[in-house]
Design a protein around this ligand. Structure first.
Ligand code: 5GP
Length: 112
């Protein structure tokens, strides 16, 4: 699958408001926030969607994504009140960018 705009963000070829970076994970503000805090947390390797996730192969990477989410929630002061983590997957799941990403939404009481 062709690379996405997120690969360019990882390589710092286009700007993003980065809030967290490690060897395996990058996180930055969503360009169209749906909540007061809306961060995208992505693996640095290219995985198109959750459909390509295999527990045995990607366990460490998934742990890294969740560790990043908890760290970001702490940094933004929303860990105590709570937050929502979402992976949209495929067309019916509402996925637009085919580079695996976790949405972290917080900062207000979220409805469905
Ligand atoms: P999806 O619908 O694929 O789960 O979510 C993709 C998200 O990426 C959307 O919320 C969209 O606003 C965000 N997005 C798309 N292009 C860019 C971009 O170039 N920069 C940033 N920061 N966010 C983007």
């Amino acid at each position: 699958m062709a690379e996405t705009i997120f690969s360019k963000i990882i390589r710092k070829e286009i700007p993003a408001k980065i809030v967290f970076e490690s060897d395996t994970v990058l996180a930055f503000h969503d360009i169209h926030p749906k909540a007061p805090v809306h961060i995208l947390i992505i693996p640095k390797i290219e995985i198109p969607s959750a459909r390509e996730i295999n527990g045995r192969e990607h366990a460490q990477l998934l742990g890294d994504l969740f560790d990043a989410a908890n760290q970001i929630a702490e940094d933004f002061g929303v860990r105590e009140n709570g937050f929502r983590l979402i992976f949209n997957c495929g067309p019916d799941g509402g996925q637009e960018v085919y580079h695996l990403h976790m949405h972290l939404l917080a900062g207000k009481k979220l409805g469905f």
